[in-house]
Design a protein around this ligand. Structure first.
Ligand code: NDP
Ligand code: 8X3
Length: 253
């Protein structure tokens, strides 16, 4: 009675890294959560852990598959249908090669997941937000979306696209009172490098010799952005660990 309805957040890429940490952070603050990802056992175990704190629903789909993405989101039960907060986080780098040696499947993966997948998920959720004239979309970009680094070519391109799309969303959704934000981290210690290097040993060295950002550090910033008063939008954040000064400058022991 007189109690404010708890908001609902849909988080893509919630089975690992930044997305999973964001789910934990949101649960702590009583936000209802729709966890999305492809690894069902992880969706189940994260749901189990968070259900003590908040209401959780899981959706298993590959963001590359537009029909499945639209179907999955349309299938949400009434209680979870009104998404107040969308965290477009699913994504990864695939490979780290000079452009002349780049692998076409890696290029497809990065553009299909990081860019087109983000668009498909947004397409499914934005109409509800425009109808309700409220909502908050946070796109997880990257320092790689602001600064290109050697061999980053297509990953950096995908993240520059995320930033441009974020700005486009902010403009087009402005008449509806919808907040749109970009959170752009530098190096974060997640499964990111295991994916980039396909489980190879190169991944082991990426976060050695300095303290990289932890997924929880990014999750706290995301929660800060979603918890501002109605008239405040955190439009764009670039965050690094203290050891990192730019895409290519990292102070290591
Ligand atoms: P992780 O590899 O730890 O997590 C990636 C998440 O994305 C997983 O939950 C994975 O779930 C999901 N995902 C990947 N591909 C698909 C797909 N095709 N369909 C649906 N879900 C998918 O990496 P991070 O947490 O680091 O990455 C999260 C975001 O942060 C990405 O957009 C990344 O580009 C960005 N980022 C990361 C940085 C870093 O240094 N780590 C720095 C800056 C930005 P599942 O496999 O279960 O589908
Ligand atoms: C992830 C950070 O520098 O590995 O977006 O591209 S970086």
């Amino acid at each position: 009675k007189g109690k404010k309805k708890r908001p609902t957040a849909l988080i893509t890429g919630a089975t690992s890294g930044i997305g999973r940490a964001t789910a934990h952070e949101f649960a702590k603050h009583g936000i209802n959560i729709v966890l999305c990802g492809r690894r069902q056992e992880r969706l189940d175990s994260i749901k189990k852990a968070l259900s003590k704190q908040t209401d959780v629903y899981t959706l298993n789909f590959d963001v590359r598959d537009k029909e499945k993405t639209l179907e999955a989101i349309a299938s949400l039960p009434a209680k979870f249908q009104n998404i107040d907060i969308l965290i477009n986080n699913a994504g990864n780098a695939h490979g780290l090669d000079p452009i002349q040696d780049g692998n076409l499947d890696d290029w497809d993966a990065m553009m299909d997941i990081n860019v087109k997948g983000l668009l498909y998920v947004s397409k499914a959720i934005i109409p509800g937000m425009t109808e309700r004239q409220s909502g908050h979309i946070i796109n997880i970009g990257s320092s790689a979306g602001k600064e290109v680094y050697p061999k980053g070519n297509v990953y950096c391109g995908s993240k520059h696209a995320v930033l441009a799309i974020t700005e486009g969303m902010r403009i087009d959704l402005n008449p509806f009172g919808i907040k749109v934000s970009a959170v752009n981290p530098g190096l974060v210690e997640t499964e990111f490098s295991q994916v980039r290097f396909k489980g190879g040993s190169q991944a082991d060295n990426v976060y050695k010799g300095y303290k990289a950002l932890q997924p929880e550090d990014v999750a706290e910033v995301i929660y800060f952005a979603v918890s501002r008063p109605a008239h405040v939008n955190i439009a764009d954040i670039l965050m690094f660990c203290t050891a990192q000064a730019s895409s290519t400058i990292v102070k290591k022991d």
